[in-house]
Design a protein around this ligand. Structure first.
Ligand code: MG
Length: 247
């Protein structure tokens, strides 16, 4: 069963879906806009892949990497479904990145490729917003551009791994103000989920609640203040966010 984590009456509470309503853990049923949505799991260490789809690397005029290109995200950058993401003053190009987020379910180190899926709790959708003007050069890590407050919506749902038999064959789509602007498939990832779990766990312990944001396919457009951005992954969910003025 897919689950969410929301804030309602000041309390953080687990939620499920029932007949178009949110069924809260305390038994009450509420509408989706009566709660503040949070990422469906409390984020632990969050890894994000750069250029993990060859078509996106090409779109940015970058060489596709021969080894996973990974950066980390701190906790202030996360927000939930129906969240608002500030567009920094003076930025000329801000774009969404629709990404399959893999949630780790148990601790592991040196996980072999064949066992990688045993460590997956489930999946959710992430929108890893980028600010092209702030992109640091090749010799500096992605810090300023990928850790801004509320610039990584995650959710709405955690979908259990057993409900997604083939996560490497899912359609990703992004709509800006209702218009389709990005479409791809997880089958076009350069490094697939087992490769990423094997790679990361080869030098550090993965823990329950850690997440891997697996990168985005091509199809980025500028999102102005006021844009409603829907990032959607087949079978996983439809994550809505709105771009707002900073401050
Ligand atoms: Mg990304």
């Amino acid at each position: 069963m897919k689950t969410a984590r929301v804030q309602y009456n000041g309390k953080v509470i687990a939620a499920a879906e029932k007949n178009g309503l949110l069924l809260l853990e305390d038994g009450s049923a509420v509408k989706e806009d009566e709660v503040i949505w949070l990422p469906p799991v409390e984020p632990g260490t969050v890894f994000a892949l750069g250029l993990n789809y060859a078509d996106h690397a090409k779109e940015l005029d970058f060489q596709a990497p021969s080894e996973p290109l990974v950066f980390l995200k701190g906790r202030s950058t996360f927000t939930g479904h129906l969240g608002k993401t500030p567009r920094p003053e003076g930025v000329t190009y801000m774009h969404y990145e629709c990404e399959l987020a893999v949630v780790i379910g148990k601790q592991g180190k040196n996980i072999p490729r064949e066992e990688a899926y045993d460590y997956v709790l489930g999946y959710t959708v992430a929108n890893d917003y980028a600010f092209r003007d702030l992109l640091e050069n090749y010799y500096r890590p992605n810090l300023i551009v990928k850790n801004r407050d509320a610039s990584t919506p995650v959710g709405p749902w955690l979908v259990p791994a057993e409900d997604i038999p083939d996560p490497m064959n899912l359609v990703l789509r992004t709509y800006v103000n209702g218009e389709l602007t990005q479409e791809g498939s997880t089958k076009d990832m350069i490094f697939d989920i087992p490769a990423l779990i094997q790679y990361l766990s080869s030098f550090m312990t993965l823990n329950k609640g850690d997440m891997i944001l697996t990168g985005t396919p091509k199809g980025s457009v500028d999102t102005p203040v006021g844009a409603e951005v829907v990032t959607e992954i087949e079978g996983i969910g439809r994550l809505v966010s709105t771009v707002v003025r900073e401050g």
